[in-house]
Design a binder for this molecule. Structure first.
Ligand SMILES: NC(=O)c1ccc[n+]([C@@H]2O[C@H](COP(=O)([O-])OP(=O)(O)OC[C@H]3O[C@@H](n4cnc5c(N)ncnc54)[C@H](OP(=O)(O)O)[C@@H]3O)[C@@H](O)[C@H]2O)c1
Ligand SMILES: *[C@@H]1O[C@H](CO)[C@@H](O)[C@H](O)[C@H]1NC(C)=O
Length: 324
């Protein structure tokens, strides 16, 4: 009897210890690799230091006229990178170009493209990128829809979502990867989301598209490691942007809901230092805590949260309709 109890308790001890080690490893590895990267130059002063030295002179940012993408572009320019901005609206591209050029002495080129159009846009982008050595590709563009059951989301919206959220990341990476491999230099940054942690009913395709980004980034990371190319998965929690402007709570900002500027400053700081990040320390803590819960519970809470957001979104839409 005593022996059985002893076996059981050492079993629990072993499983418990392994779980704790796995939890700490999983959640601290990114932090450790950032610390290592920050300290390394003191011991190896010959290592390239700036993003330009590490990856190259030009950065391409998709969805660069608003929100996180715009602030990624601004921060990369601050660090001396020339930019290629890509999004749908010419006027916004010109405005952002002028804004950043007035702040920093970098070259900026822009490309008008609607990623929802699918296959046809990539040859155009390739042509316009001709002669540009892309050091950093930021696959930021992404879209969401008001929370709704799949049968109520229009087919057009679903096609757009799949094409923009997954197609652009895959195909733009495919276009630019060969030149990076040729130079044995480069970084690919993919904006996923902490919504990849569990399914989100009523945002089913969105959450699934972000899970795609996770696996795409992780697979690619191993594929290109030998070519000295850095792949980084960035998974924000809520950032106060147009994407969730309907929510007063998110828009008000605060520690949980950084604005795009603070978010991008923090996320770009991790570029080249870790292959996986939530980009912002509070989001990192939130993500680690969420991961502690079993999937079913995460799904339950995710569902409750978005149910509330759905109501906010509907009210917001109603108000907007009443205005016009
Ligand atoms: N905000 C958050 O809380 C949050 C959380 C987790 C993950 N993310 C991810 O972070 C990324 C950026 O989100 P955000 O909140 O910054 O978005 P946002 O504020 O809505 O900005 C989207 C940007 O993409 C461009 N764009 C949209 N659709 C496009 C299309 N079909 N073709 C080309 N450009 C297009 C928009 O410019 P135009 O309208 O001029 O085209 C705009 O510059 C997304 O991948 C999103 O999933 C965001
Ligand atoms: C999803 O949206 C529908 C309305 O389209 C709503 O009635 C339902 O409560 C929502 N379901 C979940 C699981 O949030």
């Amino acid at each position: 009897m005593a022996l059985i109890l002893q076996v059981i308790s050492s079993g629990i001890y072993i499983v418990g210890s392994l779980s704790i080690v796995a939890f700490l490893y999983d959640n601290l590895k990114s932090l450790f690799s950032i610390i290592k990267a920050v300290l390394e130059p003191y011991f190896r002063p010959n290592l390239p230091k700036t993003l330009v030295e590490k990856f190259g002179q030009w950065a391409v940012v998709t969805g660069a006229t608003d929100g996180i993408g715009k602030e990624y572009a601004r921060e990369l320019a601050r660090q001396g990178l020339n930019l290629v901005l890509i999004s749908r609206t010419k006027e916004k591209l010109i405005a952002v170009t002028n804004e950043i050029e007035s702040q920093y002495n970098v070259k900026i080129k822009w490309i008008v493209v609607d990623f929802a159009k699918g296959r046809e846009v990539y040859d155009q982008i390739e042509e316009e990128l001709n002669g540009i050595d892309v050091g950093i590709l930021v696959n930021n563009v992404g879209m969401i829809h008001d929370p709704e059951t799949l049968d109520k989301v229009s087919e057009d919206t679903l096609w757009d979502l799949l094409t923009v959220n997954m197609g652009s990341v895959t195909m733009l990476t495919r276009k630019i990867l060969p030149q990076m491999i040729g130079r044995r230099k480069g970084a690919i940054v993919n904006l996923g989301s902490s919504s990849e942690l569990q399914p989100l009913p009523n945002l089913t395709a969105y959450a699934a598209s972000k899970k795609f980004i996770t696996h795409f980034s992780k697979g690619l990371e191993y594929e290109v490691a030998d070519h000295n190319i850095h792949v980084q998965l960035v998974m924000p929690n809520f950032v106060a942007t147009n994407m969730n402007a309907y929510s007063d709570k998110v828009r008000q900002g605060g520690l949980l809901f950084p604005n795009a500027y603070s978010y991008a400053r923090s996320a770009v700081f991790t570029l080249g230092k870790t292959s996986e990040t939530n980009g912002f320390w509070v989001h990192g803590i939130q993500y680690a805590l969420m991961k502690l819960a079993p999937m079913q519970i995460r799904t339950y809470f995710g569902n409750q949260l978005f149910k509330r957001l759905r109501i906010e979104a509907l009210e917001h839409r109603q108000k907007k309709q009443n205005l016009y």
